[in-house]
Write a protein that binds this ligand. Structure first.
Ligand SMILES: [Zn+2]
Length: 646
């Protein structure tokens, strides 16, 4: 009893602290109550949707909008045209290198820049294979409203505007055909999962301080209104349903006329996914009080059984590490569900093609970045994909180094291979070991790069989008560790999560947290990295003997400035790390790992050259290397290192 009291006082105190730290930005709110029935023979789903929508903005709203995603899966839709147009671009290799004209392609090295899952498949869909979503009637507070269709966006012209700080009740009836799976959602995916039900219901468009986010669905990305979902799904009794939220009626599934009803509830989320199959296997474990993890997969071979069991095992083992590094997981449930066409994140759940552990960690981490922080992925895809990719690498590395070999679900041969890799990985340099630096550097050299502030639908190529959102976004966090120090970068990530959770942070919000956490000015980093395509290239210029020292001359060749570290190795085996801060930072990086580094005067960013002295004469020098950590994303490393001949 006493212990319990202590715990609750502590809980109250920490909630008060967090509330104090919370950012002040208004958010819209919506509660959904959805009742839907899926006919597994016709693939038609019909339902009703009741929404209570609260306008927390200071604005009076004369319209509301809904996403009608499945209208993209019709020939000549914007998604179809966009994919076929991107298919006209040929890249000479898949990752990097300029576009060559179609006439010079040799059919081997050239690839079309369209999503290989979409290609021109939408154009070929037959009427029974397309997707559609229709709303027959929409009532606001009981009164019919005027609807205007814009393919995947439905405009609702309101008879009475919604005043600030008021709520309205919206009620609609919808009917949809589940498309053959082309992208993310649909029926009968490559693994044979019958239904991957994402983007399946009319979903309210988010209104925020930047206005209505009415992005047509052409491939990406997602954004939504936080609220509570109460979803009931009826379908053939032989099917198992896996979904966002907590199943409310596990033992009382009603069984009327061959149908079962599944009711799920989830709070503080901005999307709802489900999947259904008549051969789903289900594993689950309550990994701590109030949190149950689930795995649903299509049973096939014993090897696959093991791999899916390992997903649950690894998720439980990794969770404490993940929460310490990236912040607490706030929901009562999470489901890893086989379905979809790769890995795709949803609230409290993910659809996965297979049980690959890197993807498992990546998609789960989207619950931190996409669902709890909820950055607008159309405008800031790198804040979601980039950060999830960084976390994926970090967690995968930790997992492989520390616990994977203990898994009862991995074969002895696989464990041996893992241990050999771990030995090697210890000597790897991070930029080589982590593929995101490689992805970014290929982009920077490709002539196809666009600023990562580009709207995710509007990149010229899929290549530039994915390299920017995933690789350049993840590289930012590696580079931030180089600029402010790894421990302050990690502290920034935790502060960012606790201050901006459920607030839709933008890019400036992230950099402000990094500045406040580190005490280092970072506006230059944001402007160069996010709003430009300028890149970093520093090189060694010249070495001269002077008295008992050597004068090292450095050159900035790239347009983007950075703080510089130079490692000097002497012939006697001793080393010294020279640190040259950038004037724009107005402070030095925290470096606990090298307390004896030599800190030089700042390098003014306007100055292309810089010189400094070593502590020993030129005859004692063995090697000079700029950025031995390789965490600075230098586009040309060939001029970074010099070996002095004997
Ligand atoms: Zn992702």
């Amino acid at each position: 009893m006493k212990k319990k009291l202590t715990v609750s006082i502590f809980a109250i105190l920490s909630i008060a602290n967090l509330l104090h730290a919370q950012a002040d930005r208004w958010q819209q709110h919506v509660n959904y109550k959805i009742n839907a029935a899926l006919d597994v023979t016709t693939n038609i789903i019909k339902g009703t949707e009741e929404l209570v929508y609260t306008n927390n903005s200071p604005d009076t709203l004369g319209k509301v909008y809904f996403h009608m995603y499945w209208n993209a899966f019709v020939p000549n839709s914007a998604m179809d045209i966009r994919s076929r147009e991107l298919g006209k671009n040929y890249l000479s290799v898949r990752r990097g290198a300029p576009i060559t004209s179609a006439s010079t392609m040799d059919g081997k090295d050239n690839v079309q820049d369209w999503d290989r899952r979409v290609k021109d498949r939408i154009q070929q869909l037959k009427p029974t294979e397309i997707g559609y979503q229709r709303i027959s009637q929409l009532l606001m507070n009981g009164k019919a409203q005027k609807l205007v269709e814009h393919e995947t966006i439905l405009e609702v012209q309101l008879t009475h505007p919604i005043a600030p700080k008021t709520s309205v009740k919206l009620a609609l009836q919808f009917e949809a055909q589940v498309p053959i799976q082309v992208r993310r959602s649909g029926r009968d995916n490559a693994e044979g999962v019958r239904y991957s039900m994402s983007q399946w219901y009319p979903k309210l468009v988010e209104y925020d301080y930047q206005g209505w986010n009415t992005n047509p669905y052409i491939a990406r990305e997602f954004y939504g209104v936080w609220g509570n979902y109460d979803v009931s799904i009826q379908l053939n009794k032989d099917y198992t349903v896996a979904a966002t939220g907590v199943l409310q009626n596990p033992s009382l599934l009603s069984n009327v006329a061959g149908m079962k009803s599944w009711n799920f509830k989830g709070n503080n989320i901005h999307d709802f996914v489900w999947a259904a199959d008549d051969h789903f296997k289900h594993l689950s474990k309550e990994v701590r009080k109030g949190l149950t993890l689930h795995v649903y997969y299509k049973e096939k071979t014993a090897a696959e059984d093991s791999a899916w069991a390992n997903v649950l095992w690894a998720a439980e083992k990794a969770l404490p590490y993940i929460e310490k590094k990236f912040g607490p997981y706030p929901y009562p449930q999470y489901s890893f569900i086989q379905g979809g066409d790769g890995g795709m994140e949803y609230a409290m759940a993910t659809l996965l093609k297979g049980p690959g552990i890197g993807t498992v960690f990546h998609e789960w981490m989207h619950n931190w970045y996409q669902h709890v922080l909820g950055s607008n992925e159309s405008l800031y895809p790198w804040m979601d994909e980039g950060f999830a990719s960084f976390a994926e690498d970090d967690i995968s590395f930790w997992y492989e180094q520390n616990i994977a070999a203990q898994s009862p679900y991995i074969s002895a041969a696989a464990i041996k291979l893992l241990q050999a890799n771990n030995e090697k990985a210890k000597t790897y340099l991070p930029s080589i070991q982590y593929g995101n630096y490689g992805g970014y550097l290929a982009l920077a050299k490709s002539n196809l790069e666009e600023p990562i502030s580009t709207h995710s639908d509007h990149y010229n190529t899929n290549f530039a989008y994915s390299s920017a959102a995933y690789s350049k976004g993840a590289t930012l966090l590696g580079f931030l560790g180089y600029v402010i120090g790894d421990s302050l970068r990690d502290a920034t990530l935790l502060n960012y999560y606790s201050i901006w959770k459920f607030k839709h942070p933008n890019s400036n919000d992230f950099f402000r947290v990094a500045e406040k956490t580190s005490g280092i000015q970072l506006q230059w980093l944001k402007e160069y990295w996010v709003n430009s395509t300028k890149s970093i290239d520093y090189g060694l210029n010249d070495i001269q003997a002077e008295n008992n020292t050597a004068i090292i001359s450095l050159q900035r060749y790239g347009k983007m400035p950075a703080p510089i570290e130079v490692l000097i190795t002497y012939k006697d085996g001793s080393t010294e790390l020279h640190y040259i801060p950038l004037d724009l930072m107005l402070a030095n990086k925290l470096d606990k790992k090298t307390p004896n580094r030599i800190v030089h005067p700042e390098w003014k960013w306007v100055q292309p050259t810089y010189t400094f002295e070593t502590t020993k004469p030129i005859t004692a020098l063995k090697t000079i290397e700029i950025d031995p950590s390789q965490f600075m994303p230098d586009t040309n490393r060939s001029n970074n290192k010099l070996e002095i001949p004997n």
